[in-house]
Design a protein around this ligand. Structure first.
Ligand code: HEC
Length: 96
């Protein structure tokens, strides 16, 4: 009797901890920054080299990123916005 209750309780905690871990992982994935996305997604087909030598405005980066999506890059619209913001800031016309 007592043992059965204990098992139920530990199963409850296991489910709770699992759920918390999943939530944590999901929110980390959702919060990938533009920089992280560039480092993971934009290096699948080529190195960072063409990005580092480029200097484009926000509009130009948007065109480029959409062309990369036509090539097969896997980014949601929300991710595109973060990537374009990061690229325009780090590799914009004002940067060396
Ligand atoms: C599915 C493969 C693929 C992925 C993923 C990819 N690229 Fe490309 N990229 C290419 C190919 C192919 C070219 C050469 C043809 C061209 O320029 O369209 C290229 C060329 C480029 C160039 C040089 C040409 C230019 O317009 O300045 C830049 C910069 C670039 N990619 C940036 C990116 C960025 C930023 C990402 C991430 C959002 C990315 N790429 C992801 C395939 C890819």
């Amino acid at each position: 009797m007592g043992r059965k209750r204990l098992d139920g309780a530990s199963a409850f905690w296991r489910v709770l901890v699992f759920a918390l871990l999943m939530t944590l992982l999901a929110s980390c994935a959702l919060r990938a920054t533009g920089e992280e996305l560039v480092q993971s997604e934009c290096t699948r087909c080529h190195t960072l080299a063409p990005i580092e030598v480029a200097s484009k405005t926000s509009n130009e980066w948007q065109d480029t990123v959409h062309r990369m999506i036509e090539h097969g890059a896997n980014l949601s619209e929300g991710q595109v916005m973060r990537v374009v913001d990061y690229l325009a800031e780090s590799y914009g016309p004002a940067s060396p």
